[in-house]
Ligand binder design. Structure first.
Ligand SMILES: Nc1ncnc2c1ncn2[C@@H]1O[C@H](COP(=O)(O)OS(=O)(=O)O)[C@@H](OP(=O)(O)O)[C@H]1O
Ligand SMILES: Nc1ncnc2c1ncn2[C@@H]1O[C@H](COP(=O)(O)OP(=O)(O)O)[C@@H](O)[C@H]1O
Length: 264
């Protein structure tokens, strides 16, 4: 029997079915993790309510066995009350150079000015520490995204508005992170910027190196990027038509306001 939030369960079941149809390495890794964690489609499921109280997720680390969730009387709702906001994850995905980090900072500044607590998990930055053991091959990118998803979930549970900005090129990995959170608490922001625009910006000179064959497996050049199909927010930029970072941030802030995340 697997204790799991009911909405997260239905998403996982959906993914499970997709996995059974899929064949890629990354998909197989997820499939293995699910299988080895003791979950299978015939299992009984204990569904917990998802009203802001403790959310238990299915373990995917197969080496952690005989563990029992320890509950504390101070919960997410109490922390949200203290902070006068709702903990959530804003997941910014897009090509290198699409403006993810710039938006993350503008968003953090905009929310900070409104008295809201945020924390940024930037792919580049997290790879300096927690994820420094990971390369850019598909399995490592998947692990990078999984870890950042788990950390983001902890921040959201702390009541913080967590802004994750990383390429996260695979739809399935992003959806797996979404499935970690209660419905609505994960908001995907797609930086819909053509490769030519990103490449023209090339602030770190990485596209140039990739085109010269000096970086192998660079996203958009010789590595895939799967654009989201159902993002909460799509921020489109075209050649010569780019809203300013603070205007883009305001779009996201308006969405948060409308959905009630800027009050407890
Ligand atoms: N091969 C390859 N492909 C893409 N990007 C590369 C690569 N090698 C290094 N970099 C630099 O790493 C940053 C992306 O890291 P992420 O953690 O966001 O990537 S991923 O989500 O795991 O795909 C990315 O940062 P951003 O430009 O901010 O996106 C690059 O600076
Ligand atoms: N809204 C925008 N309009 C114009 N240029 C932008 C915008 N957002 C970011 N940029 C520029 O694009 C480049 C890449 O931005 P960055 O935030 O580092 O992207 P990413 O994190 O996706 O790699 C930088 O030089 C940045 O100044």
């Amino acid at each position: 029997m697997v204790p799991i939030c009911d909405r997260a369960f239905s998403r996982l079941l959906e993914q499970w079915r997709a996995l059974e149809r899929g064949t890629s390495m990354v998909k197989l890794k997820w499939f293995d993790n699910l299988h080895q964690s003791g979950f299978n489609s015939n299992d009984d499921v204990i569904a917990n309510d998802s009203n802001g109280k403790s959310i238990h997720q299915m373990p995917t680390n197969v080496n952690s066995t005989n563990i029992v969730w320890h509950k504390c009387s101070i919960e997410k709702m109490d922390r949200q009350e203290l902070l006068q906001q709702k903990g959530c994850v804003i997941w910014i995905t897009g090509l290198s150079g699409s403006g993810k980090s710039t938006l993350a900072c503008a968003l953090s500044r905009g929310l900070h000015a409104r008295g809201k607590l945020t924390y940024i998990l930037d792919g580049d930055n997290v790879r300096h520490g927690l994820n420094r053991d990971l390369s850019f091959k598909a399995e490592d990118r998947a692990e990078n995204i999984r870890r950042i998803g788990e950390v983001a979930k902890l921040f959201a549970d702390a009541g913080v508005i967590c802004i994750a900005s990383l390429i996260s090129p695979y739809r399935m990995d992003r959806d797996a992170c979404r499935a970690l959170l209660p419905e609505g608490d994960f908001m995907e922001v797609f930086m819909d910027v053509p490769l030519q625009v990103c490449e023209a910006r090339d602030p770190k000179g990485l596209y140039k190196l990739a085109r010269a064959g000096k970086i192998k497996g660079f996203t958009g050049i010789d590595d895939p990027y799967e654009p989201p199909l159902n993002s909460e927010i799509v921020l489109q930029q075209k050649e010569g038509v780019c809203a300013s970072p603070s205007d883009l941030a305001e779009t996201v802030i308006s969405y948060l306001e409308e959905k009630g995340y800027l009050k407890a």
